[in-house]
Structures are given as C-alpha cells and as structure tokens.
Write a protein that binds this ligand. Sequence first.
Ligand code: BMA
Length: 360
Amino acid sequence: MRKLIYIFLTLCIISSCVQNTKTKQQDLLTRLNETAEKGIIYFGQQDATVYGHFSTCWGNADFKSDMSKICGNEPMILGFDLGGIESGDSLNLDGVPFSVIRNAAQTHLKKGGIVTFSWHPRNPVTLSNSWDTTAIVTADFEQIKITLKPWLKNVATFLNSCLTSCCDSDKNHQIIFRPWHEHTGWWFWWGQQTLTKEHYINLWHFTYSEIMNSLNRKDTKSILWAYSPNFGVNKDTYMERYPGDNEVDILGFDCYQFGADPTSYINDLNKTLAFMTELGYEHKKPIALTETGNESLQTPNWWTEVLLPVIEKYPVSYTMVWRNAYDKPEHFYVPFEGEASAEDFRQFVSNKKIILLENK
Ligand code: BMA
C-alpha cells in the first residue's frame, strides 16, 4: 500500500511539473489563438510603462504608469516603436532611450506580458521622417533596398538584444513585430499611393528575410509578424498587399475614433471585424485590433459604451490603444489620475473578458 501511495505521489509531482513547463513554454501564437475559445481579449497600450501624462521613467525611480495608477494593473500588451534605430540613434522618434525600451520590454516579457514593436523609419531617400512621402515614386526600388539593408540589420540587432537574456528560463521569449503598418493610407512613405503593390510585397519579403536571417535564435519562432492595414478597407482590399501566410502570423488592423462622435468609428470597427473574423478562420490566424483609441477620450463612457460592446462580439485576440505622451497634453489614450473617464476605464478593465498583466 505504501508503495502505491509513493507511486501515486510521484506521478502527481511529475504531472504538475509537466503542466508548469507547458504553461511557461506555451508559445505566443497558441496564447493568441486560444483567446477566441476562452472569450478573452488581451488589452494593451503603447509605451505604457516608460512614460505617461507628464511623467517619464528614465531617471525616475518612483515612476508608475498611468494605467497602474488608475487600476493597479499593467497592460498585457505593451507596444514600443523602433523609429530611429535605423540610423543608430540612442533615442527613438518620440525621445525614448532605446536602452529604456529594451529594459522595459525584457521586464514585461519576464512577467509573462506580450511585447509588440512597430517601426516608423525615416524616408530612405530624403532621410526625413516616415510621413515624408516625397521622392519614393521616382526612386529606384533596388536602391531603396540597398539603403534599407543596414537599417534592417539594426532592427534585428535590437530585437535580438531584447530576446537574449541572461536566464536560461527566458529562452522562449517571443515578440510581435508589426512593420509597414497602415500601408493602405496615404501618410507613410510605404503607403499605397507611393509604393506599388509589387514593391510593397517585395518590401515585406525583403524585411522578413533580412530579419529572420539575422536572428540569433533559430530554435523557435521568436518573432510573430503582424500585418496591419488601416481601416477603410474591405475584405478584398485588406488582402490586396498581403505578403502571404508564410510571412504573417497575426491579421491586424488600425482604427481610431476621431472627435467625440463615435458613430463612424463603431461602423468601421463592425465592418472590418466582421470580414476579419472570416479571414481569421480562412487563414487560421488570430485577428487583432493592433492600434486604436480616441485621443483625449472625448466621448463619455467610451470604454464601456463604445469600445467594449463592439470588440466583445468578435474573436479579437488583442487590442492596443496608443500612447499617453509625456510632452503633449492632449495626446493621451488611457485616463490618468483625475481624468474624467478613469472610473469608466476601471469598469472596462474589471470586465472578465479584458485581460491585463496580472489577470493573465
Ligand atoms: C503617432 C503620434 C506621434 C508619434 C508616432 C510614433 O501616432 O503618437 O506623436 O511620433 O505615433 O510613435
């Protein structure tokens, strides 16, 4: 009998170890795919843990994000932008030191959070910013790629440094990379009015192969690739510049509410999420609302009466709102202490479908 009890206890210990390892190693794509059946949505914010409304973390040991001040929890999805890395800058385009971004990304990954990187690189011809759409149409596309090659190397080196860590247990960290976003708009040099469809797809293939070939870790898929056109597309135009299932893991899209009236935003979200739900099933990929928000939170109860009622109807794996700029008072997307929508935000995140870092 004692022998039987001993065997039973040993089996329990082994099974619990296997279970723990499984949870720890559960890959990011599985986590995102499972949100639909669990009926949950991971929620996030760009730059949340490095600065907020009138506060920054660099050099500030007491820094607390706006979100954690409001609801005592950090976002599950944490976004950062790599604009500036292409030229070897030490600060990104919004003035955030890349060393701070790396630390914040690693800290978040270690806590079980999800990190996503976007990239607003300079115009490769004029070397001005992403919003400079001049000189691309007439440029030699092969020459653009020659300029981009070392830029992509810099991106890969930075991503490698975020994924490489001192601890063996962190070797399964993964991140989401979301390059060349909102390309169906007119405002970026890689947009559809500047690059032909063939060049856009070629740009994606080039980016994919340059970065994947420069990764230190070949053992596992350490980077998930997110494709995210801007709203205003239909099912066909969404896919028009799609680089293919092999180089995309997440089907995303960006959609903002401009001004206080949510009517057209709600329509756009419904229209886009309806066909993206179909695309998700057809391509067997999770869908995500990769950027959203209402700058300055102009609609009362925006969280519980505008955003939540729409996204909860669809299998959205995650959604991320944009940043609370430290230096532009009106440029915020999550309430800060004393802001009018703080209580509504607390209600939104207390909904059991909305998952933040601590309720993972
Ligand atoms: C934009 C704004 C800009 C910022 C850019 C990249 O939408 O927030 O201020 O430079 O994103 O982060």
